[in-house]
Design a protein around this ligand. Structure first.
Ligand SMILES: [Mg+2]
Length: 382
C-alpha cells in the first residue's frame, strides 16, 4: 500500500482536517491544527507531503521519526501539530487496513469507558453556577471553568475575590462530589497564582490547570506548597522532550498533552507512559473537533493513568458548528452518566462526513485568539 494524496480542509468553527488517501482506497483522517494558526499548519502538512507520498502508510513509527528528526529543526506547535495530524490519519489507515480499532493495535483497551467533563462559563466566567447545574443535570460528573479574566502580574484583592465567588457558586450549585477543574489559562503570573491557589484550596477542586504558563514552570515550586489541589499542565508542550523536565522536576500531578499538538497518537502514547512512571495522571487536552476527540479516546483506551477526557460539545467556540456535525456516526460520542465509551469501530472509530467537510471548507474560517489588554493598555495573556 502507498500513500497517494494529502488534502487539508479549513472548516469552521476553527478546525483543520486532513485526509490521506492510499492506492488501495483506504482513507485516513487527522486533525492537525493549532487554534488560530490553521493555515500555517496546513502549509506545514503540505511540506511533509513531499516525503510521504509514495511511502507505505503502515510504517508509522518510521514516518514519525523522519518527520520529527529529518527536518533538522524540530518541536514547537506548528511542526508538532502537522506531525500529529499525519500520525492520526496513518493510524486511522492502519486500523482500517486490519479491520480493528487503533487501541487494539496498541495492546488493547484497559478500560471500557472514560469520564468526560464539560466546559462552563466561557472566556469571561459569569453565571457559571447555573451553567454548572445544567451540565450536571445532563449527566456530567465533572466541569471545567476559566478561573479569572485579565489578571495583572500583581493585582487587587477584588479580582481574587471574584474568582473565589465564582468557584464558590459552582461548588454550591453542584455539591461536593462533582469534579471542578479551574483553568488559570496562563493568564495568571506567579505572584497571584500563589495567592489564588491558596484561596481556592477549601473548594476541593479536581485540579488547577496552567496555574502559570509552562515556560514558567519553576514557579510551580512555590505554588504547590500553597495548596493540596492537584496541579495540571501541558496543553502547550509538544513532545517527550518538553515533558521530561516537568515530570522529572515533580512540578505536576496531571499532564494534559493535546493529541493534535503533541505529535499525535505515537508521541502522546509515549508521553503518557513517561508520566505513568512518575505516578502522574493523564487528562488529554481536547477543545477541538471530532477527529481529535476520537484520537484521544484511542490513547485513553490504552493509558492506565488516564482518568478524564476533555471534549468540546457545546463549548463556547463551537457556536454554529459543533463536535457532532462532521461525522456520520455521532452515537460514538454519546455521553452516558458522565462517561463516553471507548470506540470499537475500525481505525479511529468515526465516519467522517466528507461531503459536509467539503461544503464547509468553502466557508472556511479565520479564527484568531482574542487580544486582551489590561486597564493600563498593556497586552494581557488570554
Ligand atoms: Mg487550558
Amino acid at each position: 500500500m502507498k500513500i497517494t494524496k494529502l488534502e487539508t480542509f479549513v472548516v469552521p468553527p476553527r478546525w483543520l482536517f486532513l485526509k490521506i488517501e492510499t492506492d488501495e482506497g483506504i482513507i485516513g483522517w487527522g486533525e492537525p491544527v493549532v487554534e488560530g494558526r490553521a493555515h500555517t499548519v496546513a502549509a506545514a502538512v503540505e511540506e511533509l507531503s513531499d516525503y510521504l507520498i509514495g511511502k507505505d502508510p503502515l510504517l508509522i513509527e518510521d514516518h514519525w521519526q523522519v518527520m520529527y528528526r529529518a527536518g533538522f529543526y524540530r518541536g514547537g506547535p506548528i511542526t508538532m501539530s502537522a506531525i500529529a495530524g499525519v500520525d492520526q490519519a496513518l493510524w486511522d489507515i492502519k486500523g482500517k487496513h486490519h479491520g480493528v480499532p487503533v487501541h487494539a493495535l496498541l495492546g488493547g483497551q484497559v478500560r471500557d469507558k472514560i469520564k468526560v467533563y464539560s466546559w462552563i462559563g466561557g472566556d469571561r466566567p459569569s453565571d457559571v453556577a447555573n451553567n454548572a447545574r445544567a451540565v450536571v443535570d445532563r449527566g456530567f460528573k465533572a466541569v471545567k471553568m476559566n478561573g479569572s479574566e485579565e489578571l495583572q502580574i500583581i493585582d487587587t484583592f477584588d479580582k481574587v475575590q471574584g474568582v473565589i465567588n465564582n468557584v464558590a457558586a459552582v461548588r454550591e450549585a453542584v455539591g461536593p462530589n462533582v469534579g471542578i477543574g479551574v483553568d488559570f489559562h496562563g493568564r495568571v503570573h506567579k505572584p497571584m497564582a500563589k495567592v489564588l491557589a491558596k484561596e481556592l484550596d477549601p473548594f476541593k477542586l479536581m485540579f488547577i490547570e496552567e496555574p502559570v504558563l509552562s515556560e514558567n514552570v519553576e514557579a510551580l515550586r512555590d505554588i504547590v506548597n500553597q495548596t493540596s489541589t492537584p496541579i495540571a499542565l501541558g496543553e502547550r508542550l509538544y513532545s517527550r522532550w518538553d515533558f521530561k523536565h516537568i515530570l522529572a522536576g515533580g512540578y505536576v500531578d496531571i499532564i494534559q498533552p493535546d493529541a493534535s499538538h503533541a505529535g499525535g497518537i505515537t508521541e502522546c502514547r509515549k508521553i503518557a507512559s513517561m508520566a505513568e512512571a512518575y505516578d502522574v495522571a493523564l487528562a488529554l487536552h481536547c477543545p477541538l473537533g471530532p477527529i481529535a476527540l476520537a484520537t484521544c479516546l484511542q490513547i485513553d483506551a490504552v493509558s492506565y493513568n488516564a482518568f478524564i477526557q476533555e471534549q468540546s460539545l457545546g463549548i463556547h467556540y463551537n457556536q454554529g458548528n459543533d463536535l457532532l456535525d462532521y461525522i456520520k456516526n455521532p452515537e460514538v460520542f454519546k455521553y452516558e452518566d458522565g462517561f463516553v465509551s471507548i470506540p470499537q469501530g475500525p481505525g479511529l472509530g468515526i465516519e467522517v462526513n466528507e461531503e459536509k467537510v467539503r461544503e464547509m471548507a468553502k466557508v472556511g474560517h479565520r479564527w484568531r485568539n482574542p487580544v486582551w489588554r489590561h486597564e493600563d493598555g498593556s497586552v494581557a495573556e488570554w
